[in-house]
Design a binder for this molecule. Structure first.
Ligand code: ZN
Length: 357
């Protein structure tokens, strides 16, 4: 990871906002900026200082994972350590991650810092925006995680049979991905069959899978902290009447956007292109979620692809394209691939096959 370049870009945006420093409390963000992957800590970054504050359980780990940082031991008592940490830094305006701390913690922060001249400034998406554009090394790890999900999908196709329950299939997939080298999975696997597949984010149930109905499988692996995200819709035996129609519309929407997508297009424009295909097939209202989302250290991160996402999509961004149609009482079809934006087109990262009957 290229920490120096990340930190200098961060300090540049702090300067643009007129801030002396930033207090980082979001775990993926502190990992991104320091390499420290412990479960408790904060970063305080100024143009002159890189400080990693953590408790005694992680001191040694912090020292070896974040050698560029000064390690500052902390306790549970914010009032005891935060004034000491900020005292010598001569800070007047300190940014904090407004979307990642609780109201209670914010109150504690302001109480503790009240006697000092330091002013807290809420920030949103500062590091997340940087994280949206991936470095080649990050794309390599995401591609590895995608490869594990691809193999797991092929494995699911091999072992799926009439009568196997959603839960059983989900567990087999999870076991397979862990055995293939995935870290703890980035999100709970979705295996949704028949009417259950009309619920985009349902949990696997004891329901046995029957021939002819859609089975939505949504899975991701994690490698060195980086996630993948993949959805396929299978059907055992001969699909029912709806299946081919719905599947063709979803696949058509995805292929349309894959063919047209290029640098500078916004998430909103991309969403509209895919949505038009689904609307023309007569299923407009049944595509109730956005077209996609960024994937990286978090399985859902920036950029967002959907209504209101007006920012341009940039080279190096990795995101999903996942149109879906959900028909209450019947079921749903979702096809989700991860892509990376390059100069003039997107490259598809996931390789799992798409026609699965
Ligand atoms: Zn997704």
């Amino acid at each position: 990871m290229n920490l120096n370049s990340r930190l200098s870009r961060l300090c540049q945006s702090l300067a643009e906002k007129g801030l002396d420093g930033v207090f980082i409390s979001q775990p993926e963000n502190w990992y991104y900026l320091s390499g420290f992957d412990g479960s408790a800590g904060y970063l305080l970054i100024t143009p002159q200082h890189r400080i990693l504050a953590t408790d005694f359980r992680y001191l040694e780990q912090a020292g070896s994972q974040a050698p560029d940082y000064e390690i500052f031991p902390i306790s549970n008592d914010l009032a005891e350590w935060l004034p000491r940490l900020t005292a010598d830094l001569d800070l007047k305006k300190l940014g904090f991650e407004a979307g990642h701390i609780s109201f209670a913690f914010y109150r504690e922060l302001t109480d503790v810092l009240k006697p000092s001249p330091l002013k807290l400034v809420p920030l949103s998406g500062l590091v997340e925006t940087m994280r949206a554009v991936k470095e080649p090394e990050e794309i390599k790890l995401i591609t590895e995680a995608a490869g594990i999900a691809d193999s797991a999908c092929a494995h699911a196709e091999e072992i799926i049979r009439p009568g196997i329950s959603e839960q059983e299939l989900a567990w087999e997939i999870e076991k397979f991905m862990r055995e293939q080298g995935s870290q703890a999975l980035p999100f709970d696997i979705i295996v949704a069959s028949g009417p259950n597949s009309a619920l985009p984010h349902t949990k696997p149930s004891p329901r046995p899978i029957n021939p002819g109905e859609p089975v939505v499988i949504d899975i991701g692996a994690r490698v060195s902290g980086y996630s993948s995200d993949l959805s396929r819709t299978l059907c055992l035996g001969k699909p029912d009447d709806n299946f081919n129609k719905v599947y063709t519309a979803v696949l058509g929407a995805q292929l349309a956007i894959l063919a047209i997508m290029k640098e500078g297009m916004s998430g909103e424009e991309a969403d509209a292109i895919a949505r038009t295909v689904i609307e023309q097939a007569g299923y407009g209202p049944a595509f109730g979620h956005g077209l996609g989302h960024g994937v990286g250290l978090a399985p859902h991160e920036l950029p967002r692809l959907g209504k209101g996402a007006t920012e341009p999509l940039l080279p190096g961004m990795v995101f999903t394209l996942e149109p879906g149609i959900y028909l209450s009482g019947w079921g749903g079809v979702r096809i989700e691939d991860m892509v990376v934006m390059t100069k003039d087109k997107v490259n598809v990262i996931s390789k799992a096959r798409k026609v699965m009957t």
